[in-house]
Design a protein around this ligand. Structure first.
Ligand code: SF4
Length: 200
């Protein structure tokens, strides 16, 4: 029985004089270092810039932004019932709420404060929620008067929401039926204190 002959080994390709020898790096060492430095420096700069921006935002920009925001609250120009008359009086010449930087606006997209000043019925509840959701963050809510706070004299009526906090989160409650304009100004100043303490 004869043994088959082994296939001949493939012919070796001629060595390329440009390829590195065994044991030598494909790219000279100093070029690797240069390449690493070129890639490292932009990444390091970007990371450092992000870090500085984050620190600046947290320690410098954010407090200034909060200070400006809480001293220029823009309530929505929106009235529901008799408390709205007191709301309007607070912005008249006698009480002049604008001296605190509080300027009512007519679009929820320009407002950061919703003052609910009257009886809220279930029929209007979804409108109130829509207005609140259209306001940009950060935003706050004041329940002005007994009706907005807990339904007031109409609390047991089938059609009245027993407190606007069933619909939106309330930051400050103002008691009274109706509360006087001074009480509204006091509530606004209390809200400014809350915003400062919360760091919002
Ligand atoms: S709390 Fe009194 S004044 Fe204000 S909306 Fe209700 S009933 Fe009117």
């Amino acid at each position: 029985m004869s043994v088959p002959a082994r296939p001949a080994a493939p012919a070796q390709a001629p060595a390329d004089p440009n390829l590195p020898m065994v044991g030598e790096p494909a790219v000279p060492f100093f070029e690797i270092e240069t390449l690493r430095a070129q890639q490292f420096i932009p990444v390091a700069k970007e990371t450092l810039a992000d870090l500085i921006a984050e620190q600046a935002q947290g320690k410098l920009i954010r407090p200034v932004f909060n200070w400006a925001g809480r001293n220029s609250l823009f309530p929505l120009h929106w009235g529901l019932a008799c408390c709205a008359i007191e709301f309007a009086a607070a912005f008249g010449a006698r009480w002049d709420a604008e001296r605190f930087g509080v300027v009512p606006r007519s679009s929820p997209r320009q407002c950061d404060l919703l003052i609910v000043n009257g009886t809220v019925t279930w029929k209007v509840a979804h409108k109130l929620i829509t207005l609140y959701e259209q306001m940009p963050e950060p935003k706050w809510v004041i329940a002005m008067g007994n009706c907005a706070t807990g339904g007031g004299p109409f609390r047991t009526a089938y059609s009245v929401v027993p407190g606007v906090d069933k619909l939106v989160p309330v930051d400050v409650y103002i008691a009274g039926c109706p509360p006087r304009p001074e009480a509204l100004l006091d509530g606004i100043l209390l809200l400014e204190t809350l915003i400062r303490e919360r760091g919002e």
